[in-house]
Design a protein around this ligand. Structure first.
Ligand SMILES: CC(C)(COP(=O)(O)OP(=O)(O)OC[C@H]1O[C@@H](n2cnc3c(N)ncnc32)[C@H](O)[C@@H]1OP(=O)(O)O)[C@@H](O)C(=O)NCCC(=O)NCCS
Length: 150
């Protein structure tokens, strides 16, 4: 069965909806300025949204650094989780990364965020270290994950 949503590049007009997901899903949501800065920095960033009907139900932001891709943010709209939205956004980004000749991927994820970790483990990520006190508000540590794309 094909997905009920489609994936396209994020645009400035999407920012209010992206911020709603941020606020709902992250203890330290990005500000409007940060989000705008990220999605308009098309030289190094690639921000995509999953759209069902007219609603944004998920987004992914990655950054390309030499032959690496860094996952900057990933979120699914509450109520739309567990349907493969994040997986499809990751698959789309991975296909583009491979086309670009990217070899490795990295990201930070909160130690307690086992849901996201399981998703990342399925994409071949494994932990290589810990950044102590990574999150300013919660003071939680972050796991540093790396994956080989080849
Ligand atoms: C982590 C997060 C992005 C996952 O998004 P998601 O859209 O629910 O992810 P998926 O649906 O692709 O995969 C999650 C689960 O759904 C399952 N799934 C995938 N497709 C499915 C489908 N069609 N039907 C039912 N379940 C499905 C997957 O097997 C997976 O199972 P798991 O929970 O046992 O790992 C989401 O929970 C979220 O926004 N969390 C808060 C923000 C966050 O933590 N972001 C990451 C920061 S590093």
């Amino acid at each position: 069965m094909s997905d009920a949503w489609s994936i396209r590049a994020a645009e400035r007009r999407d920012v209010p909806e992206l911020l709603q997901i941020e606020v709902a899903q992250f203890p330290e949501p990005w500000t409007r300025a940060m989000m705008l800065d990220e999605i308009t920095n098309v030289e190094t960033r690639r921000y995509t949204v999953a759209v069902e009907g007219k609603k944004i139900i998920g987004y992914l932001g990655v950054m390309f650094v030499m032959d690496e891709v860094h996952v900057n943010t990933l979120g699914t709209l509450p109520g739309y989780e567990g349907r493969g939205v994040a997986t499809s956004l990751m698959n789309d980004a991975w296909a583009v990364a491979k086309e670009k000749g990217v070899h490795r991927a990295t990201l930070e994820v909160a130690v307690s965020n086992t849901r996201a970790q399981e998703l990342y483990f399925r994409f071949g990520f494994s932990p290589v270290g810990v950044r102590k006190n990574y999150y300013e508000r919660t003071h939680e540590d972050a796991l540093i994950l790396w994956a080989e794309l080849d």
